[in-house]
Design a binder for this molecule. Structure first.
Ligand SMILES: [Zn+2]
Length: 116
């Protein structure tokens, strides 16, 4: 099965360039093991939102992150993918959601889905 969620070659390069630019003044050293050997994660991730009172929030807004992983100890730095420019802060509407929207049904996972 194809992994359609992998970062494109272009976006991976964009992240590498962005980190090189931002960390240009001094080497990016792992805060855990003090080495400088990093690897970019193949995907973006988005942590789940905290819901007051407990529970897991599925859908809605999220904060896509690129992963910079220390090859020596695994310590991971999360970089906001919207700020880097490899993820949109606009809602991406899937084909399925487009169909539901055209029928007047609320789409899941968007800014309009307030969990009601
Ligand atoms: Zn490390």
């Amino acid at each position: 099965m194809a992994d359609d969620w992998r970062l494109s070659k272009e976006n991976k390069q964009k992240i590498v360039d962005w980190v090189a630019q931002k960390a240009a003044k001094r080497p990016l050293i792992c805060s855990v093991c003090h080495t400088q050997s990093w690897q970019l994660g193949e995907h973006l991730v988005a942590p789940t939102l905290y819901k007051h009172g407990g529970g897991l929030v599925v859908g809605g807004v999220n904060y896509p992150q690129a992963l910079l992983i220390c090859k020596n100890c695994g310590h991971t730095i999360y970089l906001n993918a919207v700020i880097i420019g490899v993820a949109s802060d606009e809602k991406e509407v899937s084909e399925k959601e487009k169909g539901l929207l055209e029928k007047g049904e609320p789409a899941s996972g968007g800014k309009d889905a307030s969990g009601q």
